[in-house]
Ligand binder design. Structure first.
Ligand SMILES: Cc1cc2nc3c(=O)[nH]c(=O)nc-3n(C[C@H](O)[C@H](O)[C@H](O)COP(=O)(O)OP(=O)(O)OC[C@H]3O[C@@H](n4cnc5c(N)ncnc54)[C@H](O)[C@@H]3O)c2cc1C
Length: 317
């Protein structure tokens, strides 16, 4: 891909040793490690400073915070710690990249950069239903992460939307806390693997609402009910619930790198254990490269690993 320069000013940015794309847990952990290796990293933050974690009220499963910590606050602390050692966080979004040859070119909405190494930590976004009430009640009964939020639904009634492996896995996980879990699926059979289906069918807390889609999420301050529609009869009904967990897939934010890096069929960047991608000096960490763990701690761990490896790469160079 040829990267065009838009303005003369774009050419003035100094050459960078390492650029990190993304300011979520993976990007800021990479920044901390790269800064402590005296690489003076530049973080291109993207629009979501702190990443997905900053969207959630409380994070209770990141070690070191026995009382939990606000998601936004944790992102701020990550940033502050990386900056203390010299990381620079630029509020900008990458719009184009050229990874054909080193030094690599990164074009952002506030300038163009050349860099010897790159850590891609652009994360992923949970797919949304895009229905009324979904945005308004996110963090107030609408969740995309059972591991993160299940605990808040002790002895409550919850709904899971989806029919794939992750929907059923997360529904089973939620039965540890919730008094009942209804799986709403738009078809009359699950796509999830046979063993998961068997476990769900045998779990007394799980029931199914087949051939149905959620049309609207209602509540007052927090979720209280859903309007659902039967896809066969068209009939609408109200389902009371304390929470709705939406598991209809994740989309990695990796469109920029299509055709330049090896990816799986869903667009997650392929890496080896050293976080190396198919291009030397380009590393990927966190949810951009991980469709499985999807946690703050695992993403931060991958970010740290990517920066350590980038440091070795630059030393060898
Ligand atoms: C509502 C919610 C609650 C959650 N709660 C928890 C929890 O309690 N505990 C837990 O462990 N996990 C939780 N998670 C999951 C956790 O937030 C993620 O696993 C983690 O944030 C992933 O980190 P990441 O750095 O890989 O990506 P992200 O957090 O997705 O960050 C991606 C970063 O890349 C940036 N970016 C994207 N595109 C570009 C671009 N073109 N140029 C530059 N930057 C770009 C974004 O602005 C963002 O800063 C939750 C997730 C959600 C959505």
């Amino acid at each position: 891909m040829v990267v065009q320069s838009n303005t003369a000013e774009e050419e003035t940015n100094p050459f960078e040793k390492i650029i990190i794309l993304g300011s979520g847990p993976a990007g800021l952990a990479a920044a901390l490690y790269a800064a402590r290796a005296e690489l003076n990293p530049l973080v291109i933050s993207g629009v979501e400073l702190g990443g997905q974690a900053a969207l959630t009220n409380t994070i209770e499963n990141y070690p070191g915070f026995p009382e939990g910590i606000g998601g936004y606050e944790l992102g701020e602390l990550f940033k502050k710690q990386a900056e203390r050692f010299g990381a620079r966080v630029q509020f900008a979004t990458a719009t184009d990249v050229d990874l054909q040859m080193s030094p690599y070119t990164i074009v952002t909405d506030s300038g163009k950069y050349k860099t010897s190494s790159l850590v891609i930590a652009t994360g992923a976004s949970p797919n949304h239903l895009n229905i009324p009430g979904e945005k308004e009640f996110t963090g107030k009964g609408v969740s995309y992460c059972a591991t993160c939020d299940g605990w808040f639904f002790k002895e409550k009634e919850v709904v899971v939307v989806g029919g794939g492996d992750s929907a059923v896995e997360e529904a089973l996980f939620l039965t540890r806390f919730a008094s009942s879990v209804k799986i709403i699926h738009r078809r009359d059979t699950l796509r999830a693997g046979a063993l998961l289906q068997k476990r769900a069918n045998e779990n007394p807390k799980i029931s199914f609402v087949w051939n149905s889609v959620v049309e609207e999420i209602n509540g007052a301050g927090k979720v209280t009910s859903l309007r659902i529609r039967n896809t066969r009869s068209g009939e609408e009904s109200t389902l009371t619930t304390d929470g709705i967990f939406i598991f209809i897939g994740h989309t990695p934010n990796t469109q920029l790198f299509h055709g330049q890096l090896s990816m799986d069929d869903k667009g997650f960047i392929k890496t080896n254990l050293l976080m190396e991608t198919s291009v030397p000096g380009v590393f990927a960490a966190g949810e951009a490269a991980d469709s499985h763990f999807r946690q703050v701690i695992t993403s931060a761990g991958m970010g740290a690993a990517a920066a350590i490896q980038a440091t070795h790469y630059l030393e060898d160079k």
